[in-house]
Design a protein around this ligand. Structure first.
Ligand SMILES: *Cc1c(COP(=O)(O)O)cnc(C)c1O
Length: 364
């Protein structure tokens, strides 16, 4: 079976972990500091704070801008559940807007959901493609809202030449095993705002007073990453450019091969974005000769792992469902959710595997 994702690691990561083990300094320390500096540079921002997961990054980022009980945060229903869970973890309500054909949150839809309680827009750069930050930021400026960027899938991508992680007021990344670069589990927060940076550092470690151990300035968490994980992250960052190039080159081959197949729609890739193809996601429409689920089972039976990200919009989970839910607010989510299918695009794919995937789909 050709798997849908595979970490791109070699002896470099192994050696880096062994060196940390030999140092006997396993928890967060100088290795994590180095990872944070390199990560901030990669994202073109001033500051980065490493945490234990992407979910932790989102939770801390939302807390740092003061989100809590009674607040509303507008986000997309078409994302990994962690995006909405992080909002719920603060005590605030996720308010779900519709998406557009980019699979990301629709700015037109956001407008409809703004209330007096709205404090932030949490946009997701789904599949590795940044959301439409020009219109998102215009709405945010008009209503004095923060913009939080869930860039868990989008490290290395750009929007109008600006890097993901620096597109909102604060950005969040995941370093989970299936993401474009990984530390097994891990996360990162990025920002240019010094006050938010300092707040995130506090929240990661029980809000301990930076000037005095065992003094606490408020509620905080243990969202610490280890230097073992950070050592892997440093090596992974060095590979980011080549990982991204490989993903884009496979996606370009797919685009060429699939663009004229009737009923299949390839991911669009407008000039203002550089898509890093965390997922390569096709739309299987009604004009195609098979149903979407038929397409998936055909590929799976031929040894190609094809997956649906995500099979269920978040408003169908009772703990996330908006108070005044009306499915007619979500025509695009409803339609696209029934059409999407992601196929392998990870940098470990061989030339032969890529060719096999292309030929298999063309001959279905
Ligand atoms: C992976 C992911 C997360 C959560 O990251 P974890 O490291 O698994 O906690 C959040 N949002 C999106 C869009 C993701 O893909």
């Amino acid at each position: 079976m050709i798997s849908i994702s595979k970490p791109y690691i070699d002896e470099k990561e192994q050696r880096a972990v062994l060196a940390v083990l030999a140092s006997k300094l396993l928890a967060r320390g100088s290795v994590t500091n180095r990872l944070e500096q390199e990560f901030a540079k990669t994202c073109g921002v001033k500051y980065a704070v490493a945490v234990s997961s992407g979910t932790a990054a989102l939770h801390v980022a939302l807390c740092s801008i003061g989100i809590g009980k009674g607040d509303e945060v507008i986000t997309t229903p078409f994302t990994f559940v962690a995006t909405a869970h992080a909002i719920l973890m603060t005590g605030a309500r996720p308010v779900l807007a519709d998406i557009d054909s980019s699979f990301n949150i629709s700015s037109n839809s956001i407008q409809k959901f703004i209330t007096k309680k709205t404090k932030a827009i949490l946009a997701v750069d789904l599949y590795g493609r940044p959301a439409d930050y020009v219109s998102i930021k215009a709405i945010a400026a008009k209503h004095k809202l923060y913009v939080v960027e869930d860039a868990a899938q989008a490290i290395g991508s750009t929007y109008q030449k600006k890097k993901a992680g620096g597109l909102g007021d604060i950005g969040c990344f995941s370093l989970y095993a299936t993401k474009n670069i990984t530390t097994g589990e891990g996360g990162m927060i990025t920002t240019n705002d010094k006050a938010l940076y300092q707040k995130c550092q506090l929240l990661r470690h029980h809000s301990q007073d930076p000037g005095k151990s065992y003094e606490y300035l408020g509620l905080g968490f243990n969202y610490e990453i280890t230097d073992l994980a950070s050592a892997i992250g440093i090596e992974q960052l060095k590979k980011l450019r080549s990982i991204t190039k490989k993903r884009i080159s496979i996606a370009k081959k797919y685009n060429l091969a699939f663009k004229s197949i009737k009923g299949l729609i390839i991911p669009d890739n407008p000039k203002e974005v550089e898509h890093v193809y965390h997922q390569y996601t096709l739309r299987v429409t009604a004009e195609y000769k098979l149903s979407r689920d038929g397409f998936v089972s055909q590929l799976n039976s031929k040894g190609i792992m094809a997956r649906i990200y995500y099979p269920k919009p978040l408003y169908y989970f009772s703990h996330i469902k908006p108070e005044k839910f009306n499915v007619r607010d979500y025509p695009n989510t409803e339609k696209l959710c029934g059409e999407v299918v992601s196929i392998p695009v990870h940098p470990g794919l061989t030339h032969d595997e890529t060719t096999y995937i292309i030929e298999t789909i063309r001959n279905l």
